[in-house]
Write a protein that binds this ligand. Sequence first.
Ligand code: SF4
Ligand code: SF4
Length: 129
Amino acid sequence: MLSDSLFQCKKCGDCCNGYGGTFLSEKDVKVIAEYVNMDVKSFTAKYCRLSGGKPVLAQDENGYCIFWDKLCMIHPVKPYMCKAWPFIKSVLVDINNWHIMASVCPGIRTDVPDSVVKEFVAEKIADRY
Ligand code: SF4
Ligand code: SF4
């Protein structure tokens, strides 16, 4: 599959470390709260912080996402942002973003022509809508 040729997650957790602001949509909040058997209010108070007035996942003291424990503890319902990575709009805005992302994510391949990457990312994004 082409997506496997462009990206294979190495499960290193690097993208789950550091304050990147993993934003949660309203739907993300509902689905994750249900997954961890909490109501939305309690979930938001315990696991979220606000950034620009929007909920983001909190970080643990070690700097990792609160749901990282050698792997993503909410993988089946992880936020849209995490699911979409690395096939995101900013790659279409500027293909250099693919290479910048690859410098921090060992799962992203850069030995594929940029035109192939762009075409594939555009298809993935179109499929989501
Ligand atoms: S940085 Fe890349 S390879 Fe590592 S866990 Fe995140 S998506 Fe996977
Ligand atoms: S939700 Fe999962 S994939 Fe997303 S940052 Fe947290 S641990 Fe990583």
